[in-house]
Design a protein around this ligand. Structure first.
Ligand SMILES: Cc1cc2nc3c(=O)[nH]c(=O)nc-3n(C[C@H](O)[C@H](O)[C@H](O)COP(=O)(O)O)c2cc1C
Length: 192
């Protein structure tokens, strides 16, 4: 099949599918939640996590004011919540009220944590740097909220118990199943 090589990068600057998360924040008596697909682990020690968000987002100002944010991973049955929080702005509505987002108590921050998340991080902001039209916010993970049953004893997500929300771009969502999982031991494969 022929490849097209182009300097017109456009939408190809992002690569999907990616796990879609909901980032939460609060400040000045307001709380908010927004869909985020541009996020990544950065370091184990200390545990650092990065999210790339536009400074236009209501969430951005809340994070700058509070110096904290939450990253929430929801099961596929709740993909609609990702679309809801990504299709509306805290500039206009109270999303926690409108979408009946259930919360659980944070332990190290004041960030609202989503009750239905199978995993969530409480992060304290350690860096905020602009790259093009987005800001890369780096947080130190100061607490994790983990649904034990969703993980195997080796701390891998157990796909028999929970399916993650993946985003394909253009408003398409999907998930993965246990049947498509391959176990490829790097120590074995590195010697081949
Ligand atoms: C699946 C999905 C992923 C998104 N990922 C990001 C992202 O990584 N960074 C970003 O700035 N906006 C992202 N957005 C857009 C924001 O979620 C959207 O602009 C939202 O309205 C911002 O809410 P806020 O103004 O209440 O903060 C995404 C939207 C969707 C639906």
């Amino acid at each position: 099949m022929a490849k097209v090589i182009s300097e017109d990068v456009g939408a190809f600057a992002q690569h999907f599918p990616a796990v879609a998360t909901i980032v939460t924040a609060q400040a000045n008596g307001k709380e908010n939640a927004m869909a985020v697909a541009w996020h990544t682990s950065i370091s184990f020690r200390p545990p650092l996590y990065g999210i790339s968000i536009s400074p236009k987002r209501f969430t951005y100002q809340l994070i700058v004011d509070s110096k904290e944010f939450g990253v929430n991973f929801l099961p596929f049955e709740q993909a609609e919540l990702v679309a809801s929080t990504g299709g509306s702005s805290g500039h206009e509505i109270d999303k926690f009220h409108r979408f009946a987002l259930a919360k659980e108590k944070p332990v190290k921050t004041a960030v609202p944590i989503l009750k239905t998340a199978y995993a969530a991080y409480e992060c304290k902001l350690v860096d905020d740097k602009g790259y093009g039209d987005h800001r890369l916010l780096v947080g130190e993970i100061v607490a994790v909220h983990i649904l034990k049953e969703a993980f195997t004893p080796e701390e891998t997500l157990d796909l028999a118990k929970v399916s993650p929300v993946l985003y394909l771009g253009n408003e398409r969502y999907l998930t993965v199943s246990r049947e498509t999982t391959k176990y490829l031991d790097r120590k074995v494969y590195g010697k081949r």
